[in-house]
Design a protein around this ligand. Structure first.
Ligand code: LLH
Ligand code: MG
Length: 378
């Protein structure tokens, strides 16, 4: 089997999600947006897909590396592109991930198997936590500690068995403010009661002292973990923080360097619980290597972000991450209606608070190809 075509299809859709000047998502007025589907095609008609791609980089850099290759040589292709990233800076880990995911999807579709079973399944559902959007200034949204408390009550009623708060960050004029974060965390603890797992993912640029203050307060409130409170390029700061706190410190999420950075964090004890995700690290191929690193060192790993790539990887980990991150959620937004290019949700929440992986071949996304074709812009 050989790859004979690499196609990108950009199409428009409507969304009520907006991004602020620092890239955090929030509800917003309905607006036009575009999405890009990557399609990898083989000479025997097998295809693999991934959303979130980019035409220029895929056609200019990735396509020449893929044409003529056997799509089952995922490791060879991944290594090739990984080394190209040094000179081709526009080939980000995120785009590398779309290629890797499309290849996994292709393999699954060609073999008639879901990806988690090709990887070697360990389970078919993962406990979800509700991951809120960052704080805002919308009345009745996530503007006050009481708003977080009210929303936490709603989420608990919806069946979630754990909640992670993202609190207030710039460009909100008065943020960041660790004391305000603690107020929100305390209000949510009061709302859900003792023993219910709660986590905090706060402003990502606090100082060591601010982070220690937050961590100590979260310990008093019985929180499960504190995530990314400081710049992750200062590994020493995380070594320092993990030594100061009883509460587990989770990271690195955004630091580049894939497996190598995560290996350093494990060796240096910079985090108690390691973090990785398909779009942060370049796909399922590197994420599974990170999972195996964690397993070998006896370190728990929690996967960043929702989506079928992360879900399949989670269902194939030997030392499983405990949770699937479902979100980002906001009281004004509906998460239960699938994106218009999918016929069904890729991460439905079951009655026990778990997300079940699809048994369809590949990554299991039920893609509405008619929608993509009818809304195509390039
Ligand atoms: O700062 C943000 O917007 C969020 O923290 C976001 O990056 C989110 O994806 C996250 O960190 N989840 O764990
Ligand atoms: Mg995070």
């Amino acid at each position: 089997m050989k790859i004979v075509d690499v196609v990108t299809e950009r199409f428009r859709y409507k969304t009520k999600r907006a991004r602020d000047s620092e890239g955090h998502s929030h509800p917003g007025p309905e607006r036009d947006a575009t999405e890009c589907l990557l399609r990898i095609v083989t000479d025997d008609g097998a295809e693999g897909y991934c959303f979130g791609s980019d035409r220029e980089v895929i056609q200019g850099i990735v396509r020449p590396a893929l044409i003529g290759e056997d799509p089952f040589y995922r490791e060879k292709i991944w290594q090739h592109l990984f080394h190209w990233q040094r000179s081709h800076r526009t080939l980000t880990d995120r785009l590398l991930a779309t290629v890797d995911l499309a290849l996994w999807d292709l393999a699954g579709r060609a073999l008639g198997l879901p990806v988690y079973k090709i990887l070697g399944a360990s389970r078919n559902r993962v406990l979800a936590y509700a991951s809120t959007m960052c704080g805002d200034e919308f009345p009745g949204g996530l503007a006050t500690p009481e708003d977080y408390a009210n929303y936490a009550r709603t989420l608990k009623k919806q069946g979630y068995r754990a909640i992670k708060l993202h609190t207030w960050m710039p460009p909100i004029a008065w943020a960041p403010d660790p004391r305000k974060d603690v107020e929100a965390c305390a209000a949510v603890r009061d709302a859900v009661g003792p023993g219910y797992p709660l986590m905090l993912d706060c402003y990502h640029g606090y100082s060591r002292e601010q982070s220690r203050f937050l961590g100590k307060e979260l310990e008093k409130l019985g929180y499960y973990w504190i995530e990314e409170p400081m710049d992750e390029y200062s590994t020493s700061s995380y070594v320092w923080l993990a030594e100061q706190l009883e509460i587990p410190v989770v990271g690195p999420e955004t630091a580049s360097g894939k497996m190598a950075t995560r290996a350093e964090w494990i060796v240096r004890g910079a985090a108690d619980i390691l973090r990785g995700g398909v779009f942060d690290n370049g796909g399922i191929t590197p994420l599974m290597k990170i999972a195996h690193l964690c397993e070998a060192h006896g370190v728990q790993m929690e996967v960043h972000s929702p989506g079928s790539g992360n879900l399949h990887a989670l269902c194939a980990m030997g030392t499983p991450g405990e949770f699937y991150e479902r979100g980002l959620l906001h009281p004004f937004l509906d998460y239960e209606t699938p994106n218009p290019w999918l016929k069904e949700l890729e991460d439905p929440l079951d009655a026990d608070g778990y997300v079940r992986v699809s048994d369809r071949p590949g990554l299991g996304q039920d893609i509405d190809f008619d929608y993509v074709r009818e809304h195509r812009v390039s």
